[in-house]
Design a binder for this molecule. Structure first.
Ligand SMILES: Cc1cc2nc3c(=O)[nH]c(=O)nc-3n(C[C@H](O)[C@H](O)[C@H](O)COP(=O)(O)OP(=O)(O)OC[C@H]3O[C@@H](n4cnc5c(N)ncnc54)[C@H](O)[C@@H]3O)c2cc1C
Length: 382
């Protein structure tokens, strides 16, 4: 079989690329070894603890693909309240920049199900067989499956996650800087109304975020070097620990979903393109989740490539791939450096003046509306 584009990996980024590029009239196929659940009845079963703060720019993109979840599963965030470890504090309000909200919290499972329903509606072929070998030449890419069958495409998109097989096959080296932290995620019921506010605390090198879910519910991400101190707790004890770390701000928390932990690593491949190969999403970059921007960067990759390749006669032409790599370099590096810088600024214990400096910094930015509003707009993709 020969396609214009063969996408490997149907997570949020690969699935969004499949839908966006198919809608532009490209002949697209998707290889995914674990297609997700799309049955609405099963999906309604509970709240996914893997959630994202989707920027308004990416929300518009997902709405244009007709995959945005129903309102009952979305929580707009109107305010962010970020607290340092020594009296520092910064607040962001949607009203300050005359926007209806700063970001929207959406669940992984629901976003994925919407995208996969579109994949089925658009009749995009889905291959579930394991890939064994990837070869390219100047005109085409060729993928050999376990059965020995071979698929050809003008372009292979590797959207197969942080440990990308495509990246390895392309011989692209990746720099990995482990944070020696895990992100522990879980959902809770709250005693008090969160009023659409997201909270974040930087304390003793750890970062805790409360992200609002519809009604009196929140999802948390706790970045910690000792994840087992949380994951080994029973549900009630974990809820009590999260209540304490969050300064009781939403009253007593009660368990809603089990906790799980994922390893946090900053990954920077030496390139995001190779002959007839392009990387997107976590295959192309991973960052610390303290700003909830990981998947936003991945959707940004899809938007950029769909835009620049719209009328291209050869979708896998090296010049086009290089342009994609160049255009994505700055937004990705800025976000990686920003999150990494914040993590180390608040994690640093060696300099005695550092706690004063970082907390004063937060207060200074808070008192400078122009700087603050520019920061908000950047994070919103405006
Ligand atoms: C356990 C976990 C929890 C997370 N929780 C959060 C969170 O709460 N908040 C947050 O902001 N970020 C979180 N992240 C990060 C976030 O999920 C990613 O940034 C985002 O999902 C990137 O999407 P992606 O499509 O690039 O990659 P992925 O979501 O990793 O998707 C990759 C897809 O490729 C498929 N695949 C892999 N290898 C192959 C292959 N060889 N052949 C075919 N298919 C293949 C996989 O089955 C998968 O479907 C989490 C990550 C993990 C791993």
């Amino acid at each position: 079989m020969t396609y214009d584009i063969l996408i490997i990996g149907g997570g949020l980024v690969g699935a969004a690329a499949a839908v966006a590029l198919k809608r532009q009239g490209r002949d697209v196929a998707l290889l995914e070894i674990r297609p997700p659940e799309t049955d609405a009845a099963l999906l309604e079963n509970g709240w996914d603890a893997r959630i994202y703060a989707v920027s308004p720019a990416n929300q518009s993109f997902l709405q244009s693909l007709e995959v945005w979840p129903s309102e009952s599963r979305i929580q707009p965030v109107a305010r962010m309240d970020v607290r340092g470890d020594n009296g520092g504090r910064i607040e962001f309000n949607a009203a300050d920049i005359h926007a209806p909200h700063l970001t929207c919290i959406a669940e992984n499972r629901w976003l994925l199900a919407g995208l996969w329903r579109q994949i089925r509606t658009l009749g995009i072929p889905v291959i579930t067989e394991t890939a064994e070998k990837l070869e390219t030449n100047i005109q085409t890419a060729s993928l050999t499956l376990k059965s020995g069958k071979t698929l050809q495409a003008k372009l292979i998109i590797g959207a197969d996650g942080a440990n990308s097989w495509v990246r390895g096959q392309a011989g692209i080296q990746v720099k990995e800087n482990p944070y020696h932290h895990h992100g522990v995620v879980a959902n809770f019921y709250t005693e008090k109304d969160h009023c659409g506010t997201a909270f974040q605390w930087f304390k003793n090198g750890e970062v805790l975020a409360y992200l609002p879910l519809p009604d009196k519910k929140i999802s948390i991400v706790w970045s910690t070097g000792e994840p087992e101190k949380l994951t080994s707790l029973g549900p009630e004890d974990l809820a009590a620990a999260v209540t304490r770390q969050g300064e009781n701000i939403l009253g007593k928390l009660s368990p809603l979903s089990p906790a799980f932990a994922f390893n946090l690593i900053l990954r920077r491949p030496e390139s995001t393109v190779a002959q007839r190969i392009l990387l997107m999403g976590d295959a192309a970059h991973t960052i610390h989740p303290l700003a909830g921007q990981g998947v936003n960067l991945g959707f940004g990759d899809v938007i950029e490539f769909a835009e620049i390749s719209r009328n291209a006669p050869d979708i896998g032409a090296y010049q086009l791939l290089k342009q994609y790599a160049r255009n994505r370099l700055e937004p990705v590096r800025t976000m990686q450096l920003g999150c990494d810088g914040l993590f180390h600024l608040f994690g640093g214990k060696n300099l005695p003046a550092l706690p004063w400096l970082r907390n004063t910094g937060l207060n200074l930015v808070n008192a400078a509306p122009a700087v603050k509003n520019r920061l908000i707009k950047h994070a919103m993709g405006l």
